[in-house]
Each structure stands twice: as structure tokens, then as C-alpha cells.
Design a protein around this ligand. Structure first.
Ligand SMILES: Nc1ncnc2c1ncn2[C@@H]1O[C@H](COP(=O)(O)OP(=O)(O)OP(=O)(O)O)[C@@H](O)[C@H]1O
Length: 580
């Protein structure tokens, strides 16, 4: 982070080049702005003439009308470019960041809360986009300033010189006001992110809050956080209180100089009325343009901060997709873990694990809560790499196979099967890299005992499942996930309590289907259900991140104390349930 801060500008340009800016649109936009500014620079000469009474001068009127019409047309065209171009840039930067985030290795998601990652895609690119836009604005402002001074100098050098010291004054005032405004603005934004995170965490957990009667406590916490927001807003309002009059004073000084000194020069016959009026119009122009430097300064400071945060994500390595070997039918081989140790942070979760998952067979993993069963699954899916040791498929280390291809070969049904908003059909076919026919989708749903509840919905397979599948029950979500693994037809199946949310009838039904699915595939399951465990070809008992025993049910029941205990607990539970 510290290092990234030192490279704010490098980061800024790095992001620009990675995101492919619409340079052609920028160039056309700047040309339009140059033309419209040039016309804007000529126009006050005629406007002032008309103010001064030259309304019977046909040439003045004609030039004024032509210039005005052209200027309006060019302003309209540049407005089109100045809205369209930043929109393209913003889209490109956001796409770059999003692609990087989604391709990040799993360990990176543990480092930043998802609310912060959301700002990297939504808010931060806006700052970078604005800085690029303000850069072209400042180029035009400089052109406009120099142009105004040249024209004014040609009209009257004395009054022009009198106005020169005003520029540093405006710059200093706008830099000071800009500095404080930016500081307050950032505080408001930081507070606002906090508020968003607060509400975003509470609303999806409204049931938890209500069931523990925590509404009043949450209202008070909400009030507290909103009060903090009010306080930072108040501080910003105070900056505006001093800033606005200071910025207005600049205008008063320049207009005052033109009117007083200009009238004096007029009284001495050194200037005409129309020239003083022209000066009056030009200095407004100058004022407006110098203020743009202040805005530019604030914008680029924000963009630098945003670039550092985005670069922190962009500089990280993406998941290694690199492929040396095609997978083809390599899954006919066993998967082995050789001396594997792994920790998420400091605390070791798996230590010196040696195991073999035989191809085409069913392996059940059992062990007490927190012993590392799900972590083992994450290693099998290559979400994480072992810190020590290696995973092999046959005689080949798995990192020689393409990651996408590897994951596509694994169907996963987890305890809390996650769905995404979309239709039931979308969710069944999610992960499939080809179009699936309706018959195929229905067939998968039949196998997962899901077709009954799906066809009860008026929209059937086209029913929207809601955010995270919230319109479906836990068991229904799980059946959709099981249907998904049927249609994926993957050679490896990972079941994490695959039947845990199902009622007894569905469970029996699905167990039959799962048995069919597991035939001639490599299956690894985390299960507590004895009927599933007992039928496994191999059971691996895990204890505190280590393998405590491997064998069949009968072997382990005889030789492994922990396994015997686990079986007894399950049997007691089962008896308890059946006598209730
Ligand atoms: N993302 C993570 N970051 C840090 N520690 C983690 C992370 N995920 C799991 N752990 C820790 O790793 C250990 C093993 O967790 P894991 O989920 O693998 O256990 P498990 O055997 O599947 O448990 P359960 O049966 O309760 O689901 C736990 O101590 C847990 O706190």
C-alpha cells in the first residue's frame, strides 16, 4: 500500500493505458472545443459593439449572427462529445477493474471486504474519468486565457497589464478553497461508504435482527452513523460559507478594475465605450477559465488517490490460467495429495496431509467441525494452492493443467447452494459452456427431483429465483444445484452435505439419482449422513487438519477411535429423531 502511494501518477497512467481510452473521440472533442472557444473569443468584440450602440452597423450585426449561430452549433457538438467520451472511458476502466477482480485468486477476496471492492468498480473509476475530462478542459482554458489576453492587449495594453496580477490571486484563492473543499468532500465520501456498508450488511439479515428483537438497537446504531454523516456535511457547509465569498471577491476585483480603471482611461480618451465593454466581457471569461485550474487540481488529487486504490488490485496476479497439458480424459487417474500443508493466514489449517482419491470411486470425508474438510475441497477446486506439498493427477502436478478446464470438470453441490438472480433455467445451466436444450434442462431437473416444484410455479423453468435465490426454499435451491451438476456432466463431483436441506422423501429420491450420477465418476463427499458414508468406497477421517485414518466403514469402525465416536454420535441423533 505504502509503495503504491509513492507511484500515484504511474498508477494513474498505468490504468489509462490498460483501459484503452477512446483517443479519437477525445481528439475530435478537443478540436470542437478549440473551434467553439475561438468563436467565443471573437464574439465579445461584436457583443460589446452592439451594447455600445452599433446596432445600425450591418456588418457588425451580420458577423454577430453568423458567429453566434456557428458557436451554438459547435457548443452543441462539443457537448455531445464531452458527455459521450467520458461515458466510454468510464465503461472501459470499469470493465478492466471488474475483469481483474473476478479473476483474482481467492486469497485476495479475504483481504478486502466486498463493500470496498464494490467502490473499486463503481466510484474510483469516476474520479479517474473526471480527471481526464478536466485535463482537456484545462488545455482549452489555457488557450482561452492566452487568447483573451492577446485580444485585450491589442485593444489596450495598459488595462491588460493592470489585470495581470489578478491571475495569481485567483489561482491562490481557488487553490486554497479547492484544498479545503476537497478535504471535506473526501470526508463526506468516506462517511458515505461507511453508511452504505452499514445498510448493505443489515438489510439482507433483517430476519436475524427481527428474530432477536434488535430493531431498536439497529435504529440507534443507524442514527449514530447518520449523525456522523451530518457532522461531516456540516463541516463541508462551513467551508462553502468562507469559500463562496472568497471566490466571488475575485470576480468583484477584476470587474471593479475594468470599470474603474477603464472609465479613467475612457475619460482620458484612451479607450472607447465598446472597448471597455469588451474588456468587461473578456474578464468574465478569464475569471471562469482560471477557476477551472482549481477544479482541475482538486480532481487530479482525487484521481491520484483512486488510482492508487485501483492499482492495488490491478497489480496483483490474476489466477494462473496458463495451460501446458490438455485435460482430456486425465480424470481416469487418481488424485493424490502429497505432504500438503495449508494455512489461510498464520494459523495452519491442513498439516502434512497425504491422501489418494481413487478415480471413479466414492470417497467420503468425515471429521469434527472446523477440522478442514471444506478447505480440502477448496484445494481440490484449486481456489488455493498448498503452501507446502503438491496435488497430483496421476503422475502430473495439477498446476500444469489449465485452471478453467480443471474447474469445468468439477461439479459442486454445497450445503448452502448459492444461486444467482435470474431464472431457474439460467441457474441450472450456469457453468455450462454450451447452449442446453429445454429437454436436457428438464431431464436434469427430473433427476434432481426438482421438476415437481419447478412446474408448480406459473412460469415454470422461467421463474425468477430472486436475489441469491431468495424466492426458493433451502431444499429447492439445493435441488436446482443438484440439477446443475447433472447437466454439467463433470467427471468429478464434490458434494458438501449435498442432501442436508432435503426432507426424507426428497433425500431418498435424490440419493437414488445421486447414485446414478456418481457411477463411473470420481466423487468426494463431505457428509454426516451414515447411509451415504457407509456406501462410500473409501472414507477419510480428518482430525484437526490431519488425516487420522483411511479405509472402509468396517475397517475404520474397528480401528479408528474418532470414526467410531462420529458414527455413534450420528446413530444417537438418528435414534433420537426416530423416537421423537
Ligand atoms: N477464508 C478463511 N480465512 C481464514 N480462516 C478460515 C477461512 N475459511 C476457513 N477458515 C478456518 O479454517 C479452519 C477449517 O475450516 P473448514 O471450513 O475447512 O472446516 P470444516 O471441517 O469444513 O468445518 P465444518 O464441518 O464446520 O463445515 C477453521 O478453523 C476456520 O476458522
Amino acid at each position: 500500500m505504502e509503495e503504491a502511494k509513492k507511484h500515484g501518477w504511474k498508477d494513474f497512467f498505468g490504468i489509462i493505458f490498460k483501459s484503452k481510452l477512446p483517443w479519437k473521440l477525445y481528439i475530435i472533442g478537443i478540436i470542437m472545443l478549440f473551434l467553439s472557444t475561438t468563436l467565443g473569443l471573437i464574439l465579445p468584440k461584436y457583443t460589446a459593439g452592439i451594447y455600445a450602440g452599433e446596432i445600425f452597423d450591418k456588418e457588425t450585426i451580420r458577423n454577430y449572427i453568423v458567429l453566434m449561430s456557428l458557436s451554438t452549433l459547435l457548443i452543441a457538438l462539443s457537448a455531445l462529445f464531452s458527455s459521450l467520451t467520458p461515458a466510454v472511458t468510464l465503461r472501459n476502466i470499469q470493465q478492466t477493474v471488474w475483469s481483474k477482480i473476478i479473476r483474482a485468486p481467492m486469497k485476495d477476496y479475504n483481504k478486502q471486504p466486498s463493500q470496498q471492492l464494490i467502490s473499486r468498480v463503481t466510484v474510483d473509476p469516476i474520479f479517474i474519468d473526471s480527471a481526464i475530462t478536466e485535463f482537456s478542459t484545462v488545455i482549452i482554458a489555457t488557450y482561452s486565457l492566452v487568447g483573451s489576453y492577446v485580444i485585450m492587449y491589442n485593444m489596450n495594453p495598459k488595462l491588460t497589464f493592470a489585470l495581470l496580477p489578478v491571475i495569481p490571486y485567483i489561482l491562490i484563492v481557488s487553490a486554497i478553497v479547492g484544498h479545503f473543499t476537497q478535504k471535506r468532500q473526501l470526508a463526506v465520501q468516506a462517511q458515505f461508504s461507511g453508511i452504505t456498508a452499514f445498510f448493505a450488511e443489515r438489510l439482507p439479515r433483517i430476519r436475524l435482527i427481527k428474530s432477536f428483537n434488535k430493531e431498536q438497537e439497529e435504529i440507534d446504531k443507524g442514527k449514530e452513523i447518520l449523525l456522523k454523516q451530518y457532522q461531516v456535511e456540516k463541516r463541508r457547509a462551513i467551508v462553502d460559507l468562507y469559500g463562496e465569498p472568497l471566490l466571488k471577491s475575485v470576480r468583484a476585483i477584476i470587474v471593479g478594475t475594468v470599470l474603474i480603471y477603464g472609465s479613467y482611461l475612457m475619460s482620458k480618451g484612451e479607450m472607447r465605450v465598446s472597448q471597455v465593454l469588451s474588456f468587461y466581457l473578456y474578464v468574465q471569461f478569464i475569471h471562469m477559465n482560471v477557476l477551472k485550474y482549481g477544479i482541475f487540481w482538486t480532481t487530479i488529487k482525487n484521481a491520484k488517490g483512486a488510482s492508487e486504490k485501483i492499482a492495488d488490485i490491478l497489480k496483483n496476479d490474476s489466477e494462473q490460467l496458463h495451460r501446458e497439458l490438455p485435460l482430456n480424459d486425465s480424470f481416469a487417474n487418481d488424485i493424490t495429495l502429497e505432504n500438503v500443508s495449508f494455512s489461510y493466514d498464520e494459523k495452519p489449517v491442513l498439516s502434512n496431509v497425504n491422501l489418494t482419491i481413487p478415480a471413479g470411486k466414492i470417497t467420503a470425508i468425515v471429521g469434527p467441525s472446523g477440522c478442514g474438510k471444506s478447505t480440502l475441497f477448496k484445494l481440490l477446486e484449486r481456489f488455493y494452492e498448498p503452501n507446502v506439498g503438491k496435488m497430483m493427477l496421476g503422475d502430473t502436478p495439477v498446476d500444469r493443467y489449465h485452471l478453467d478446464e480443471w474447474r469445468r470438470s468439477i461439479a459442486n453441490v454445497a450445503q448452502a447452494s448459492p444461486l444467482l438472480s435470474g431464472t431457474i433455467r439460467d441457474n441450472i445451466t450456469y457453468g455450462l459452456d454450451r447452449e442446453a436444450s429445454m429437454e436436457e434442462v428438464r431431464e436434469a431437473a427430473i433427476m434432481a427431483d426438482a421438476v415437481g416444484f419447478i412446474e408448480e410455479f406459473p412460469e415454470g423453468f422461467e421463474t425468477e429465483v430472486g436475489e441469491f435465490g431468495s424466492k426458493l426454499s433451502g431444499g429447492q435451491r439445493q435441488r436446482v444445484a443438484i440439477a446443475r451438476s447433472f447437466i454439467m456432466n463433470a467427471p468429478i463431483l464434490l458434494f458438501d452435505e449435498a442432501t442436508s436441506s432435503l426432507d426424507a422423501r426428497s433425500e431418498n429420491h435424490i440419493e437414488e439419482s445421486l447414485e446414478m450420477l456418481m457411477k463411473s465418476r470420481t466423487t468426494v463427499m463431505i457428509a454426516h449422513d451414515m447411509s451415504l458414508i457407509r456406501n462410500a468406497d473409501q472414507i477419510i477421517v480428518m482430525d484437526n487438519g490431519q488425516v487420522s485414518g483411511t479405509g472402509t466403514h468396517d475397517e475404520l469402525f474397528r480401528t479408528n477411535k474418532l470414526y467410531r465416536q462420529l458414527v455413534e454420535i450420528q446413530m444417537e441423533k438418528h435414534e433420537g429423531l426416530s423416537t421423537e
